[in-house]
Write a protein that binds this ligand. Structure first.
Ligand code: NAD
Ligand code: IPM
Ligand code: MN
Length: 357
């Protein structure tokens, strides 16, 4: 297969982890006889510095023409002034919207080799396997927002808006995924307080009873879900939720496998290229030190092969290589629990060697 893959390294640890992701994709191409062309483009703070725009047109065009996109992370203290007109994060939100990537798949799996990296007890986390569907192009992230001043008092607002079709399409995707797994779907909302959540619950209920009566379905309020997620994570199979709740719950869920540095994600639309990225950010506290965990990005590269290129065997080969490296006891600092650790590039090399073996 020939495929053109766009790389968006971005800021902070972004370039460090994308470099490892690219090495792994190149190794897969070599082993399985594919040709992947890589093209790097600007997004985020580095794009603001070089062009004034967090998402230059050239980046959007390249992404549209790509088979898939692999993204590092955007943002950092340099661009964090709350009064700034342009922000790195706008670039990420805009590319998700431009490519209509409404479904963000965030798998949360504990690796048996890594159970002790979790701050939670082994008997609680061992065997966790949850697939989150986070709605990605709607909700409070994209509603009307702004500031106003009245009687000398300044206020700011952001509206949470969901339409019926927006809820229908993400719930359908999640329900189809549940059928291919353990046939259970949990929808998470805040319907006791928020009107868009009441619409969400109504629509989800309707889709499930009309189209998926065979799938076990339940609803949980988001505050309670934050608790259930770490007290009984194994009870969940597929979880579907809105943009903001999905963002927060999946960072929390990263403590089940033990580190944000282990969690990949896939952002998909109805057609066109998917965008694949770790769920973590640019980690300014460790950027440039060569110690970031590249495994989330490497696992995102596996999701890219599976979901955008249809290369299941190749995806599995990467995932097996990652597990083999963990079984060998190799750890970056975030999952080492104070024991000796290796750096970003060494971890990339270790996965590469397993792939080539
Ligand atoms: P963060 O995810 O960057 O970091 C949170 C903590 O996790 C830090 O201590 C960091 O060192 C650690 N961490 C994250 N990834 C790691 C990895 N691969 N290996 C080892 N440790 C890792 O979140 P933050 O500090 O709240 O945000 C920093 C910046 O990143 C902000 O500007 C934010 O907007 C941005 N951000 C971007 C994305 C994205 O591009 N998708 C996602 C989240 C945050
Ligand atoms: C993520 C990030 C982004 C989000 C930010 C950087 C816009 O936290 O990808 O999880 O909130 O979606
Ligand atoms: Mn996030």
């Amino acid at each position: 297969m020939e495929a053109n893959i766009v790389l968006l390294p971005g800021d902070g640890i972004g370039p460090e982890i994308i470099q490892q992701g690219q090495r792994i994709l190149a190794a897969v191409a070599q082993r399985f006889g594919h040709t992947f062309q890589f093209e790097s483009h600007l997004i985020g703070g580095i794009a603001i510095d070089q062009t004034g725009d967090p998402l230059p047109d050239a980046t959007v065009t390249a992404c549209r023409n790509a088979a898939a996109v692999l993204l590092g992370a955007v943002g950092g203290p340099k661009w964090d002034d709350p009064t700034a007109k342009v922000r790195p994060e706008q670039g990420l939100l805009k590319i998700r919207k431009e490519l209509q990537l409404f479904a963000n798949l965030r798998p949360i799996q504990t690796f048996p080799e890594l159970v002790d990296a979790s701050p939670l007890k082994r008997e609680i986390v061992d065997g966790t396997d949850i697939l989150f569907f986070r709605e990605l192009t709607g909700g409070v992230y994209f509603g009307e927002s702004g500031r106003s001043t009245s009687d000398g008092v300044e206020s700011a607002y952001a509206s949470m808006v969901y339409s019926v079709p927006e809820v229908e399409r993400i719930v359908r995707l999640a329900a189809v995924a549940a059928r291919g797994r353990n046939n259970r779907l949990t929808s998470v909302d805040k319907a006791n307080v928020l009107e868009p959540s009441r619409l969400w619950r109504q629509v989800a209920q309707h889709v499930m009873s009309e189209e998926f009566p065979d799938v076990q379905y339940d609803v949980v309020l988001v505050d309670a879900m934050a608790m259930h997620l770490i007290s009984r994570p194994r009870d969940f199979d597929v979880v579907v939720t809105g943009n903001l709740f999905g963002d927060i719950l999946t960072d929390e869920a990263s403590m089940l496998p033990g580190s944000l540095g282990m969690l990949p994600s896939a952002s998909m639309g109805s057609d066109g290229p998917g965008l694949f990225e770790p769920i973590h950010g640019s980690a300014p506290d460790i950027a440039g030190k060569g110690i970031a965990n590249p495994l989330a990005t490497i696992l995102a590269a596996a999701m890219l092969l599976r979901h955008s290129l249809g290369l299941e065997d190749e995806a599995k080969a990467i995932e097996a290589a990652v597990r083999a490296v963990l079984a060998d006891g190799l750890r970056t600092a975030d999952i080492a629990g104070g024991s000796p650790s290796i750096g970003t590039e060494e971890m990339g090399t270790a996965v590469l060697e397993k792939l080539q073996a």
